[in-house]
Each structure stands twice: as C-alpha cells, then as structure tokens.
Design a protein around this ligand. Structure first.
Ligand code: NAP
Length: 304
C-alpha cells in the first residue's frame, strides 16, 4: 500500500520547474511550496531582479534560481530559455503564471437608489482608457503566456525523452506539463475588475484547452489554475477596501455572499494545488482547469 501513501502520491522529488512571475504573489508561493517538497531546481522568471532574489531567499532548500525575463519580448524569452537550458537538461513543469491587472474598466454600477449612470457617462469613462493599456493586458496575459509555452517546448520534450521505458504493471512517470494561471474573472460576465483583464483570462482559459488538444500528440500536458481571490500585489487593493490588514485567510474575512468560504486563498490552498498537479498523482490530469476560489464563482454575480 506504500504507493497510496501521501509521500508517494504527492511526490515531486527531483522535478525541474520553471515559473514565470515567481518574484511575487502566487508564483512565489508556488516556488516556495515546490522547494519545500524536494524538487531539484525551480527557475523563476520576472522583470524585477530584487523580487526574484527575495523569493529565493525565502526558500527552505535553496532550489530556486532567479532569471530576469520580460515575457512580452521574444528576445528576452529566448535569452531566459538559454539561461535555463545551460543549467538543466530538461523541464518537467512550466508554470506560465505572469499576469497583470491593467487599468480598471468597471462595468456600469447602479447607485444606492438603484439608478444607472447615463450611457454617455459610462461611454466617456471607458473610452477614456487609452487603447494601449487594454492591448497591454492582452499582451502580457495572453500573448506572453503563449510565447512562454512555445519558448520552453524543447526542454519539455527533453523531459519526455528521459522517461524510463514502460514496464508492464508499473505506473509510468508523468509526462511534461504546462500550467497556465487563469482566473475566475475569465468566467465572470459581471466584470468586477476590468473588461480587458476578464477578457484576457477568458482567452487564456481557452488557450489551455487549445494547447492541450494540439500538443497531445507530443505528450505535452496543458492544464490551468483559476484562482479566486488571493492576497498579492495585484489583489492587495481588494483586501484594503475590505478593511483587512493581512492576507484575509481566516474565516469571516469576507462576506459569505462574496466568497462562500468567507476568506481569501491561503499559501496552503495554492501550495497544495501546485504540488498535487506537479506530483505523481497529478499525472493523469490534462486539459483541465482547476478552480481554487472558496466557491466564489458559484455565487457570481457577487459583491465586489
Ligand atoms: N491574486 C489573485 O487573487 C489572482 C486571482 C486570479 C488570478 N490571478 C493570476 O495569478 C497570476 C499571478 O498574479 P498574483 O496575484 O501573484 O499577482 P502579482 O504579485 O502582481 O504577480 C504578477 C507577476 O507577474 C510578473 N509579470 C508581470 N508582467 C510581466 C512581464 N512582462 N514579464 C514577466 N513577468 C511579468 C510580475 O513580475 P515582474 O513585475 O517582476 O515582472 C509578478 O511577479 C496572474 O496571472 C494573475 O492574473 C491572481
């Protein structure tokens, strides 16, 4: 029964991982969780060197290797790819996690008396946002994730090539995997944050499906994670607006009609999820998107 013990089911021992956006927020937690569970190397990519170094300094086992990279530049991705390839023969898991919120482009909000703002007011507010700002959200969240996927394909293929020959009756090791961080915003038509952000996350959600289908013949698995509300640089304002000082992980931090769990996501929530997806028991997961939101999407439309 040893194969059913948690130590085997959730083993990520010796995996080589790349995480974009590893210098903060969810990417940092994922790096720390994988480092704490005996992976071999975790390359974290992002633009801010100091933020990447800070993540590395917070790990238990020192497996994190910072690499500066702007995922909106093919040259930068290629340079980062070469830096990773110089330090590993393969990559078992790539997490395309970098993302930005961009400008707030809120949907029309009713006033306390139930009246709607005039359409011309709404039009002016939304039309005033420069087109470049909308495009930039798409560029980082969608184009950047897609080119990150493409950039690392050779090292993912190399991970598949080094898998041992199948043995009758013995479970084979998981094939290479890419995980894209989406968002429940991608399913949400009430637009709590921004038209650009939500549309971009709907696009990455579909990208997961398309990539998992079209790269299945190469043995590259593609999955998604759709978080609800987790404390991070991007989401900090939501916690402040709710009058919370910390990460809002204890019960009753948020109203039940907003998040049925009544709290924000914790390090355990996202850490446990990435370890499972990266582990032996995550090996049968492909083309899947895991929602981790304390039930929030179930109660949309919600207060925001
Ligand atoms: N927190 C939440 O509640 C929540 C909910 C749903 C989805 N998400 C998603 O989770 C992912 C991580 O976000 P987070 O919440 O952890 O926020 P965060 O702390 O702001 O992290 C975003 C990360 O993306 C990186 N990044 C941004 N632009 C980049 C670029 N051009 N090239 C490379 N890296 C870039 C940033 O690093 P640099 O600035 O150093 O480049 C940063 O580390 C995002 O995709 C976000 O949409 C978060």
């Amino acid at each position: 029964m040893a194969h059913l013990q948690a130590s085997n089911l959730f083993s990520v021992k010796d995996r080589v991982v790349v995480i974009t956006g590893g210098g903060s927020g969810l990417g940092r937690i994922m790096a720390k969780a994988l480092d704490a569970n005996n992976v071999s190397k975790i390359f974290i990519l992002g633009r801010r060197e100091a933020a990447l170094q800070e993540t590395a300094s917070q790990t238990l086992n020192g497996t994190v290797i910072p690499i500066q990279c702007d995922i909106t530049s093919k040259e930068s991705l290629e340079t980062a790819y070469k830096a990773v390839a110089a330090q590993t023969t393969h990559v078992d898991l790539l997490v395309a996690n970098s993302g930005i919120m961009g400008p707030m482009m809120k949907a029309p909000q009713r006033a306390a008396d139930g009246s709607l703002p005039s359409l011309s007011t709404v039009r002016d507010e939304l039309f005033n946002v420069p087109m470049d700002e909308f495009t930039n959200v798409m560029n980082v969240n969608v184009t950047g994730s897609y080119y990150t996927f493409l950039a690392f394909l050779p090292l993912l293929e190399a991970a598949n090539k080094r898998r041992p020959e199948p043995q009758q009756g013995v479970l084979s090791a998981p094939t290479a995997q890419v995980i894209i961080t989406n968002s429940i915003a991608g399913y949400n038509r009430k637009v709590p944050f921004s038209f650009a952000y939500n549309a971009s996350k709907a696009a990455t959600t579909h990208l997961v499906k398309m990539l998992s289908t079209n790269f299945a013949d190469y043995g590259i698995r593609v999955n998604g994670i759709s978080p609800g509300l987790y404390y991070s640089e991007m989401a900090e304002h939501v916690f402040k607006d709710a009058g919370l000082q910390g990460r809002g992980i204890s019960d009753d931090s948020f109203p039940r009609e907003m998040i049925p769990a009544t709290r924000g996501g914790s390090e355990e929530d996202i850490g446990g999820l990435i370890v499972w997806l990266a582990s032996n028991s995550g090996g049968y997961i492909n083309g899947n998107i895991v929602v981790t939101d304390g039930g929030r999407i179930s109660v949309v439309p919600a207060v925001y």
